[in-house]
Design a protein around this ligand. Structure first.
Ligand SMILES: O=P(O)(O)OC[C@H]1O[C@H](OP(=O)(O)OP(=O)(O)O)[C@H](O)[C@@H]1O
Ligand code: HPA
Ligand SMILES: [Mg+2]
Length: 165
């Protein structure tokens, strides 16, 4: 399994700040969205922050899984679809939220379900970027983003040790 070259670890504080920044960026169009559709599981966390900041209380999930083996993407599985009650007008009044877009495959599949919805992610990599309407931070394609819910405290080697020998 090839690990992406660069690591971008994100703390809870940083994630909260970035999710709130996303809510700020979306706030000029607030009033337009009657519901958030969050893409589980990663989208649950920013959706909680955005729903709190923008006062959106109707939250729906679309359950998609694809990264089965850490950084290896497998076949995309849709475990739960969006309720038909929210699919009117091709989702014009819906805000889709996810933690990030990487290859854009997840975004493409959800976009196809509700083409007129506004798609927001906290982070974006170049391949996925054209598929989202609003995001906060772009990282390079060869970077892996480590989210705080996947991390624990562990010993870090001094930087200099990597350069010895
Ligand atoms: O742009 P892509 O290459 O499709 O990758 C992005 C998706 O991958 C991750 O979800 P994952 O399928 O790993 O499930 P999870 O949210 O349950 O961790 C992430 O939360 C995005 O939803
Ligand atoms: O960079 C990433 N980090 C965490 N989960 C992911 N799923 C796709 N890409 C990533
Ligand atoms: Mg996900």
């Amino acid at each position: 399994m090839a690990l992406p070259e660069k690591a971008f670890p994100v703390s809870w504080d940083q994630f909260h700040r970035d999710a709130r920044a996303l809510a700020w960026r979306l706030s000029s169009a607030n009033g337009r969205w009657k519901a958030i559709v969050c893409i589980t599981r990663g989208g649950l966390v920013p959706a909680a922050v955005i729903s709190r900041e923008l006062g959106i209380r109707l939250i729906e999930t679309v359950c998609v899984a694809s990264y089965h083996d850490y950084t290896e993407q497998g076949e995309l599985n849709i475990l739960k679809e969006i309720t038909p009650a929210l699919l009117e007008n091709e989702g014009e009044d819906i805000l889709i939220v996810d933690d990030l877009t990487d290859t854009g495959k997840t975004a493409a599949i959800v976009r196809a379900m509700i083409p007129k919805a506004h798609f927001a992610t906290v982070y974006a990599k170049p391949k996925g970027r054209p598929l989202v309407d609003t995001f906060i931070t772009e990282v390079s394609q060869d970077t892996w983003i480590y989210f705080p819910w996947d991390l624990g405290f562990s010993y870090q080697k001094p930087i200099a040790e990597d350069h010895i020998g």
